[in-house]
Design a protein around this ligand. Structure first.
Ligand code: SDX
Length: 431
């Protein structure tokens, strides 16, 4: 006897339409409107998808009211404290924490895919030296489909797996080389005897003129930043990847689309915008002026690194990032970093202001990350590329999950049309 499915009844034009209610393992129930147009001849209307579930997924869950973020059921603060990025990548990709043997095999597979096809160097050289690293990443990742033909067939599970590993493994090299190209320094090749985060730091900061010693404090902080950005349900860039994939586009094209979407200052570009804002504020005495601007409806200015579509209590990643900022700056001996002081005072004053409390606006993942990244030596232009390389595993995991669903189909939203109804063409002499 199957359990009777809960339904909601819609009364429309004298008709009653029963809409199934789908129950999750966590989170709100979902009203299944897949047959609504066929049964009632009406669309739902939800620009910005504030009330819309675009898919089902088992990868990440966010409880915005509790400030909870789970990856395959494991809380982000536990993963950030006890795990490391490549283990979290395994968890997101395959659904379970790996055994020691599984982890070693996975890390070896990723390590052996960190080099880029040598010809790709010339792709970088086509850019101006002052090109934003995100522009380079969008271009180079899209171009990977021209270099890695043997992992573009999405219907071949082996090719899907190879493409996944290649993307996770090569993104740090691409991001580091975009940075090196920007600075005019020579590219540094990955090394197989370094862990993921140390490899990235070395590719960014090593120069041929001297040996580069990885600072374990920075390496641990870098790895934690990667973990905190790994995945986040159906955010704008992940939804972009899913929509691109729904047409059957190759994995490199889909991830390039995700990178492009992440670049926006309302999304992944907020970490760069936030540090630039903190620097513009400069000193704690100017904070009230900026808070007033953020509250002014006639001023498009918003506090960068503040607010979130889902979190309405606090962003658990921001909590971990704030702790990490304190630790890293302290361990680096950066006493009284003025920007960190401005950030902490801004957070304090904003959270005491009814405007932000009433609208449930809190620091998000981007509020403190830039402070750590700048202390590590990165320019603001590298903040979003680091977010993109971290999020690649989330995009790839969600991409694989969608392709594995036999019921998935091309995404094709409809619209509320408010334009002209049918009218006849008017010859130019009669206009
Ligand atoms: C990320 O989706 C994800 O999961 C994204 C992400 C991930 O890991 O993938 O978490 C990463 O993108 C984090 C967010 C980074 N962006 C920023 O920090 C930019 C600043 N934040 C805002 O632009 C905004 O808060 C958003 C875009 C993050 C969320 O916007 P929403 O959910 O669409 O909310 P909204 O724009 O409708 O704002 C609700 C109200 C509005 O006022 P009213 O129209 O109701 O009067 O709050 C106000 C907004 O004006 N508001 C802000 C504000 N954010 C929202 N006012 C001042 N400063 C802000 N930062």
């Amino acid at each position: 006897m199957t359990e009777k499915c809960k339904t909601a009844t819609l009364q429309l034009d004298g008709k009653s339409i029963e809409l199934p209610i789908l129950s999750p393992t966590a989170g709100p129930d979902v009203l299944d409107v897949r047959k609504l147009y066929a049964q009632a001849g009406v669309f739902t209307y939800d620009p910005g998808y504030t009330s819309t579930a675009s898919c089902d997924s088992t990868i990440t869950f966010i409880d915005g009211d509790k400030g909870e973020l789970l990856h395959r059921g494991y809380p982000i603060d536990q993963l950030a404290g006890k795990s490391h990025y490549l283990e979290v990548c395994y968890l997101l990709l395959y659904g379970e924490l790996p055994t020691a043997v599984e982890l070693e095999d996975f890390e070896t597979r990723v390590t052996r895919h960190t080099m880029l096809h040598e010809q790709m160097q010339y792709f970088f050289r086509g850019f101006r030296r002052d090109a934003h690293p995100m522009a380079i990443m969008v271009g180079v990742v899209g171009a990977m489909s021209a270099f890695y033909h043997d992992s573009t067939d999405i219907n071949d599970p082996w090719q899907r797996e190879v493409a996944s590993i290649r993307l996770i493994a090569k993104m740090p090299t691409i991001a580091a080389w975009a940075f090196k190209y920007h600075t005019g320094q020579p590219f540094v090749y990955p090394r197989n005897d370094l862990d993921f985060a140390s490899n990235f730091l070395r590719m960014c900061f090593a120069v041929p003129a001297e040996e580069y010693e990885v600072n374990p404090i920075l390496s641990r902080a870098m790895d934690r930043i990667f973990t905190l950005h790994a995945d986040h349900e159906q955010n704008a860039s992940t939804s972009t990847v899913r929509l691109a994939s729904s047409s059957g586009a190759n994995p490199f094209a889909c991830i390039a689309a995700g990178i492009a979407c992440l670049w926006g200052p309302a999304h992944g570009g907020a970490n760069q915008a936030c540090l630039e804002m903190l620097k513009e504020i400069g000193t704690p005495d100017r904070i009230p002026e900026f808070i007033a601007r953020a509250k002014d409806k006639n001023d498009p200015f918003r506090l960068m690194g503040f607010g979130h579509r889902v979190y309405k209590n606090f962003d658990p990643r921001a909590t971990v990032m704030k702790q990490s900022a304190d630790e890293v700056l302290d361990l680096l001996g950066i006493e009284d970093n003025p920007i960190l002081q401005v950030a902490k005072e801004l957070e304090k004053q904003a959270l005491e202001d009814p405007y932000f409390a009433d609208k449930k606006l809190f620091p998000n993942v981007d509020f403190y990350s830039g402070i750590i990244l700048e202390a590590m030596g990165f320019p603001t232009s590298m903040f979003t590329p680091i977010f993109a390389l971290s999020r690649t595993v989330g995009w790839v995991s969600q991409w694989k999950e969608q392709l594995a669903d036999p019921a998935h189909k091309i995404g094709r939203p409809r619209q509320l049309y408010l334009g002209e109804t049918t009218r006849d063409y008017v010859d130019i002499e009669n206009r």
